[in-house]
Write a protein that binds this ligand. Structure first.
Ligand SMILES: *[C@@H]1O[C@H](CO)[C@@H](O)[C@H](O)[C@H]1NC(C)=O
Ligand SMILES: *[C@@H]1O[C@H](CO)[C@@H](O)[C@H](O)[C@H]1NC(C)=O
Ligand SMILES: *[C@@H]1O[C@H](CO)[C@@H](O)[C@H](O)[C@H]1NC(C)=O
Length: 126
């Protein structure tokens, strides 16, 4: 959901300065009804003047039994096809985490703006 942007400009994903807040479910498979593993909570900011790169800072907040309430913090900018961001830390079972995360669009319905994104996160904790 866009919550801020440059006055007088449309608050869109390709407009520099637009800030989005996200709270997305992370599920085991692309099926939204598959078991929920975590939530992806954070901010996206369109951070290049050409509108092509988005800066993301977010927490992956686990809700499944194995990692319940532990978190992985990610941060970085994105421009298709470069979709790698850094894992900059974590809490709980992911204390001292570092690594990287890659993503790709698995499904996109432009009419409804609904998308499903595949996320691979690789971390080391020691
Ligand atoms: C996200 O998960 C919650 C259950 O924790 C569910 O109520 C909600 O409908 C899900 N949202 C989407 C978009 O699937
Ligand atoms: C996660 O922890 C909360 C709070 O301790 C608890 O209420 C919830 O049932 C736990 N969820 C799972 C899947 O274990
Ligand atoms: C995630 O890993 C799987 C298995 O190695 C691979 O097929 C897939 O392309 C990867 N996806 C991303 C977004 O990195």
């Amino acid at each position: 959901i866009p919550v801020a942007g440059i006055a007088g400009k449309a608050w869109t994903f390709t407009q520099f300065g637009t800030v989005y807040v996200v709270d997305d479910n992370i599920t085991k498979t692309p099926d939204p009804k598959s078991p929920k593993v975590a939530q992806f909570q954070g901010l996206y900011v369109t951070a290049s003047f050409d509108g092509l790169r988005a800066f993301a800072t977010a927490s992956i907040v686990f809700t499944n039994e194995e990692y319940n309430r532990s978190t992985i913090q990610i941060q970085g900018t994105n421009q298709d096809p470069d979709t790698e961001v850094a894992v900059v830390g974590g809490t709980g079972k992911f204390r001292f985490a570092r690594g990287y995360a890659t993503s790709k669009i698995y499904f996109l319905d432009t009419a409804t703006q609904h998308s499903v994104v595949q996320l691979n996160v690789t971390v080391q904790t020691s």
